[in-house]
Design a protein around this ligand. Structure first.
Ligand SMILES: C[S@@+](CC[C@H](N)C(=O)[O-])C[C@H]1O[C@@H](n2cnc3c(N)ncnc32)[C@H](O)[C@@H]1O
Length: 253
């Protein structure tokens, strides 16, 4: 009898109190999960970060902020001196459209159109950058919305990407961007990638990935490392490759 009396409060505690713990635990779990979801939503290409950076720094935001205002033009000139000869070597001469993915303020877009003697489309998710981009009759700029590139399948002869994938730390956003770029690049088209491959820990808004990672990132575009340059002591690598013919179902028929 006594035993039964002794156990009843324990039973009562278990039955009546444990739901409170369960509720508390569930709330904690929900809180943690929402926090993670919020973080990954915010990280969708870190667009809030880039909005804010563009608002605070204007055109300077697309550079390493360690550069002084006075250095910016010479930084761009130096990059063009290094990058354009490599791109020129890979062109076949029949290219008509170059996509500047993540074109920012269009530092390279008009010159890319001139280089292929065709047209260029610059796309970027930050309107403030696009508003600063230089207009010529060979170039057009479009806002990248929900990661969708406003081009038909297999319509770009060249895709130029300069320091953009490093600005996409979140893996699912990166994979979606890769799929979109592969969608618009025509079979046999050229992918020209320039990324920061320095060996250092990631920042919340920047991922430092090795050359080997980028070399095999695009399933239908095997990329070769073609040298690079240093920017404020950080290694910037150039990778180039052509999309395999027949890599997409429509090309296979
Ligand atoms: C370092 S800046 C480089 C801009 C330009 N390519 C250049 O070299 O001047 C990085 C660019 O990536 C863009 N960006 C950030 N997240 C992106 C995303 N998910 N998709 C495409 N571009 C993105 C930013 O708006 C910014 O213009």
């Amino acid at each position: 009898m006594n035993g039964a009396k002794d156990t009843s409060p324990v039973l009562e505690w278990r039955v009546t109190k444990s739901p409170r713990w369960i509720v508390l635990l569930s709330l904690l779990l929900i809180g943690f999960t929402s926090c993670q979801m919020f973080r990954s939503g915010r990280n969708q290409g870190d667009l809030e970060y880039w909005e804010e950076r563009a608002r605070r720094h204007g055109g300077r935001a697309v550079y390493d902020l360690g550069h002084s205002e006075a250095e910016l033009d010479s930084v761009t000139r130096y990059q063009m001196d290094v990058l354009f000869p490599v791109l020129r070597r890979h062109l076949k001469g029949d290219e008509k459209l170059v996509l500047d993915f993540g074109s920012g303020t269009g530092r390279f877009t008009p010159a890319l159109a001139e280089l292929i003697d065709g047209r260029a489309l610059g796309v970027d998710p930050i309107q403030r950058f696009l508003d600063l981009a230089p207009r010529t009759e060979r170039v057009e700029y479009r806002l990248l919305e929900n990661g969708r590139i406003p081009l038909p399948d297999q319509s770009a002869d060249v895709v130029w990407i300069s320091l953009v994938l490093t600005a996409i730390p979140e893996d699912s956003t990166l994979r979606r961007s890769v799929a979109e770029i592969e969608r618009v690049l025509r079979p046999g088209g050229l992918l020209f990638l320039v990324e920061n491959t320095h060996d250092r820990p990631n920042l919340p808004h920047l991922a430092y990935r090795p050359v080997e990672f980028y070399a095999s990132l695009f399933p239908s575009v095997p990329l070769q490392h073609e040298g690079g340059y240093y920017d404020r002591g950080e290694r910037i690598s150039i990778l180039v490759g052509r999309k395999r013919a027949g890599a997409t179902p429509s090309a296979a028929f």
